[in-house]
Write a protein that binds this ligand. Structure first.
Ligand SMILES: [Zn+2]
Length: 342
């Protein structure tokens, strides 16, 4: 059904007069490239002649709406996404084509009616998330630009690169854990989820029942919750591998984890030594399921208020800790022998 969304001035081809007409929108179904597409299509409506019509501009806009709906369905960037990526880098359509060695009008077409192919879509996404890679290809095409233009593009990319530290840190954590990913006994039958790691830390750090949450305590709570989860549900929460280290059981890459942008970690001095303290306000923990939270709640109710000594004593009772050699990965199979019980 047509729905009115506003008014504008247009030339009605029926009464041949330029006057105010209604802007109408309707949900339309169309087949495009063998896919059934549902999209919002606009028409003008002249109240005087009771007729619907489109002008050239509206035809173009509706065409882009159809194609954007197709792009969305196929998991491709929408035309406005491509404009946004280019705007972030402050680069013109033709200059971006030059850097990528694409035909000079390619980007212009992608930003309107032409659907990009999957390979080009991946390159545009890569540019969006990885400014370091974009800088590499920009450097390669330096000669194609006047010095001033090149310097402007380079400075813009560099500032984005600096701001993207978290992206590279995540990649680093993934790479670090990747050698364990094939063994379910190392990762607790789950794939690594950095968002869950962050939410688990935030959950502990915001709990009123968790006292003095310094790094070694946090790491131990994380180990317990992942192993308890494996014991109860046959999969860990975060997919992290854990290792026996002189300071206890720690997740692989623990030094990187606490540097993630959304981890509420504070650098403090305790007795003259550098320490990491974790505290957060309550928030939403989007990546955690209710079952995940109930495991964390169990750990909090048992160990939340424990001090350092009690935590170490507890760990020393665990077969997982006693039987795993220093610097070896703790097998999730040990979860069945966890000494801590709800
Ligand atoms: Zn009319």
């Amino acid at each position: 059904m047509m729905r009115k969304i506003g008014n504008c001035i247009a030339l009605c081809p029926f009464c041949m007069e330029e006057h105010s007409v209604n802007r109408m929108v309707e949900r339309e179904k169309a087949v495009f490239k063998n896919e059934e597409i549902i999209f919002d299509s606009e028409r003008f409506y002249c109240e005087e002649c009771g007729e619907y019509f489109e002008d050239d501009n509206l035809i173009k806009e509706n065409d882009i709406r159809l194609k954007d709906a197709y792009r969305e369905k196929m998991g491709l960037l929408k035309s406005s996404d491509i404009v946004a990526i280019r705007n972030v880098y402050g680069i013109s359509q033709s200059d971006l084509c030059r850097i990528l060695d694409w035909g000079g009008k390619t980007i212009t077409r992608y930003e309107s009616h032409q659907i990009q192919d999957k390979a080009h879509d991946m390159i545009l996404r890569k540019i969006s998330e990885d400014p370091g890679w974009y800088i590499d290809i920009l450097i390669e095409s330096q000669k194609a630009f006047p010095e001033q233009t090149y310097n402007r593009y380079y400075a813009k990319a560099l500032s984005l690169y600096t701001k993207s530290e978290d992206y590279y840190l995540r990649k680093c954590i993934e790479a670090n854990c990747s050698e364990y990913a094939n063994n379910p006994q190392f990762v607790g039958n789950a794939s690594l989820s950095i968002n869950k790691i962050i939410d688990v830390i935030k959950y502990y750090a915001s709990s009123g029942e968790v006292t003095s949450l310094y790094k070694s305590k946090l790491m131990e709570l994380m180990w317990y919750s992942d192993f308890l989860s494996y014991k109860e549900r046959n999969h860990s929460i975060t997919g992290l591998p854990y290792m026996v280290l002189p300071s206890g059981i720690m997740p692989e890459g623990h030094n990187y984890l606490i540097k993630l942008k959304d981890v509420p970690c504070e650098d403090v001095i305790v007795d003259g030594n550098e320490a990491y303290f974790f505290h957060a306000d309550e928030s939403d923990y989007y990546s955690l399921t209710d079952d995940d939270k109930s495991i964390l709640d169990t750990i909090i109710s048992v160990m939340g208020a424990w001090g350092k000594e009690k935590l170490i004593n507890q760990l020393e009772k665990e077969r997982a800790y006693k039987e795993t050699k220093m610097k070896n990965i703790v097998l999730y199979d040990y979860a069945k022998d966890l000494q801590i019980a709800p």
